[in-house]
Design a protein around this ligand. Sequence first.
Ligand SMILES: Cc1ncc(COP(=O)(O)O)c(C=O)c1O
Length: 411
Amino acid sequence: MSSEYPTFVTHLECGLTGERFEAGQVHGLSAVGRPLLVRYDLAALGAALDKERLAARAGGFWRYREFLPVTKTENVVDLGEVMTPIFPLPRLGKKLGLGPRGAVLVKDEGRLPTGSFKARGLALAVAMAKELGLRHLAMPTNGNAGAALAAYASRAGLRATVLCPDDTPEVNISEIELQGATVYRVNGLINDCGKIIGEGKAQAGWFDVSTLKEPYRIEGKKTMGLELAEQLGWELPDVIFYPTGGGTGLIGMWKAFAELEALGWIGSKRPRMVAVQATGCAPIVKAFEAGEEHAPVWENAHTAAAGIRVPVAVGDFLILRAVRESGGFAIAVDDDAIFAAQSAVAKEEGVLLCPEGAATYAAYEAALARGQVAPGDRVLLFNCATGLKYPMAPVSRRLDRHGPIDYAAFR
Ligand SMILES: Cc1ncc(COP(=O)(O)O)c(C=O)c1O
């Protein structure tokens, strides 16, 4: 990206109390320990950019520069991002008996650098860290976020330290280290790793880029909402199913839709936002059902869908608000349903979802059966990462080229 773009950030504010913070300074959480949201002069943004000018740009999420906080082009960290495709699952849609207007669509975020949607948030966090003069970033991760941090930090010439739960798949540990970060396994869950990062900030000299503990990952994730709106001709789907861990993407998309409406690029119609979790770790579902604004720590969290094994979310109230304001709901699915969904979508449609992405399909099926969504709804599922980085069922079938081959068995 060569040319300079105007930027429109006015200030930041606490998502809970609205307390104002100045732009252009290093920020973590607000005084009450809650996430900061970046605010823009949307009238000026709307005067500088229109849909036609945007449509003429190539590339991935950096094409939404005016909606983002990076002020200098030299701080943009680019790894060849693409606009991730949205495609239907027609065969499964037919099996599910969808009506004439109904559709089940997948947005495949596995096509991004490092193979997951974490690229969006970490690209922004790293670019802003570079802009603000930070040198050493640290975070807890269940895998994908650490890989994205490692890649974008290396690209930007910054140091990164990453802490992972003990049982994080080997491939994630290796990719993080290979892409230039220093990675440690910790005998605990992601929140235990996060505690070490938080407590060590002053002594270790690192800056904490944990989910929502700095203000810019959410701006990166916001581009999912901008992008899907543009791809769908500025007509939002009826329902979005989002695999919810820390919830950055759900909160980010909700923010994107508000900004687009303020610009007059979309109307007031919003998708119903559905937070999908696993039955072994469903703090948001529990809080949603109990009518609570916050979601206490989920004890003994377990699910094979590691990205949504997040026992506590600092932005819990923002997730719950978005879900409720949208008229959506929160739903949990068990690991058997997740792997059955992964297998069905792979076999019927040739699409290898990650377990977290498969959770959205399993949740969609369950919600359709319970009447929480209608066969006439246009539904968008998030496949947040490539299925290729996850362990898959072994296959033992063999042929002996020296022995007789039973060709009839292939029929
Ligand atoms: C594959 C995958 N899906 C979903 C999530 C949850 O994302 P969020 O923190 O935006 O809720 C993660 C986060 O680690 C992930 O790696």
